[in-house]
Design a protein. Sequence first.
Length: 131
Amino acid sequence: VNPTEEFLKHLEHLKLLGYSINADQDVVLAAHPIGKVLLLKPSPLGLFHIRSLPIAPLRTKKKGKCLQMLEEANRTLNLVKVYLGDESLVVESLFVGPYEKERYALFLGAWDADNSTLQSKFDFSEFAPPA
């Protein structure tokens, strides 16, 4: 990733919150000591924040139930959208526009709130891969 000045401002903000930053060629991972991991992906509109939760391959019956739960979650959550990826649930949101400290802090607060709601109100554990 060849970060722009704008992107670097986001990364500095996350570092101040305790995230460690690991840049790859295609993506940037931001990991927090309490276990939160964000994949950050620049977009012409802003910055995507993505989280991936592993799930087992879904059979038809379970896939239908999972899709119903995802639909309900997407109706409930304020900022993020949740969808099925390749063997994962993907939680994603886009911070739109240039970096502004107050706006980005509000965005991260809403991101955390939606992720907490997702974890507390929706039990996707039955779809988790076997341990």
